[in-house]
Design a protein around this ligand. Structure first.
Ligand code: PAF
Length: 317
């Protein structure tokens, strides 16, 4: 393991994706530290370890962790897996430890956070990642990997060259390629395209599954939700085309239906958040699409309707 601190990674966000990555990066032999929210979260991780279940086999790893107020490390590389709405407040306690030229990768659903981060702290090198890996959190530091996909990463900050993969990200990608049965990672020269494609899928699926409290598979034939899915697809493709985003091959509806079939038994992340009384990511998903639409004078009525209904059903969302 290389102990030069410029090679070390810090992971923020104790959810399913944060846990999956913390475990996997340790297996890759990288020096990683989990940034816990508080002392309780840190103590629990140190006592029970991080459990990841893959194909009914549970692996336990023991990553290092810090909580705000302890630790004098310099953070050169930060992977952020928090919910979008919590990003700035989650980074704030670690702000003083961040190297002024730190690499920050945002691995989250939704869009808008990278723009906010860049506005507040323009000096950081911001990268975005979008994944089709499926995971859910059974309990604190216990993660179930529900499906394997791939992760695309690319440069977001305007001062970065989208062509040039930084050394630290190249090391991650090399590590992922050298091992079998692990996370699959790719560098993407135009990260906005896969991010929009993922946003579009989340935008047409997640809110409907939460409003009707249905699994992904149930949405396919649902008499009320299915026509709304189709309307959301049309509106989203309109916004994407007016924003000059490369269209999804074979159309958004076909793509969404394929995702729904492949994840038929899953509860979407938004349904899980709403049922647990947590805030949802609706603002960074449907809210972002509405915001882009309104710049282009597109009403996005179906997106507005699902936002209103979700808030009526789940006041905490
Ligand atoms: O957010 C999610 O839950 C997933 O990305 C998906 C596949 C769109 C719905 O389960």
């Amino acid at each position: 393991m290389n102990t030069d601190s410029s090679h070390s990674w810090y992971i923020l966000g104790a959810g399913a994706i944060g846990g999956l990555w913390a475990h996997t990066m340790q297996v890759w032999g990288l020096d990683i530290t989990v940034l816990a929210r508080d002392e309780g979260q840190h103590n629990l991780l140190q006592s029970q370890g991080l459990q990841l279940s893959q194909d009914k086999i549970t692996h336990t790893s023991h990553p290092k962790s810090l909580f705000p107020g302890i630790g004098h490390a310099t953070i050169h590389n930060l992977l952020v897996c928090t919910k979008t709405y919590a990003t700035l407040s989650a980074i704030e306690p670690w702000r003083k430890l961040l190297n002024p030229k730190a690499n920050i990768i945002l691995l989250q659903n939704g869009m808008g956070t990278a723009q906010s981060l860049q506005t507040v702290w323009p000096q950081f090198n911001i990268y975005c990642a979008t994944t089709s890996d499926g995971a859910w959190r059974k309990a604190p530091w216990q993660v179930i990997q529900a499906g394997t996909g791939s992760t695309q990463m690319g440069a977001f900050s305007t001062h970065l060259s989208p062509q040039k993969m930084p050394t630290q990200i190249e090391r991650l990608i090399t590590a992922s390629q050298q091992q079998e049965n692990t996370l699959t990672l790719h560098w993407h020269k135009d990260i906005h395209t896969p991010m929009w494609h993922k946003l579009a899928v989340n935008g047409v699926i997640n809110a409907l599954t939460a409003i009707y409290q249905i699994t992904n598979g149930e949405l396919i034939q649902h008499p009320k939700a299915r026509p709304r899915l189709e309307q959301l697809c049309r509106e989203t493709e309109d916004v994407m085309s007016r924003c000059h985003i490369t269209p999804i091959p074979h159309g958004l509806l076909n793509h969404a239906l394929r995702v729904l079939q492949q994840t038929a038994d899953n509860k979407s992340s938004m349904l899980q958040d709403c049922l647990a009384g947590r805030p949802s990511e609706i603002d960074a998903i449907n809210g972002f699409i509405i915001q882009q639409g309104s710049i282009l004078h597109l009403p996005c009525a179906a997106h507005r309707q699902v936002c209103d209904e979700l808030r009526q059903h789940y006041p905490t969302s």
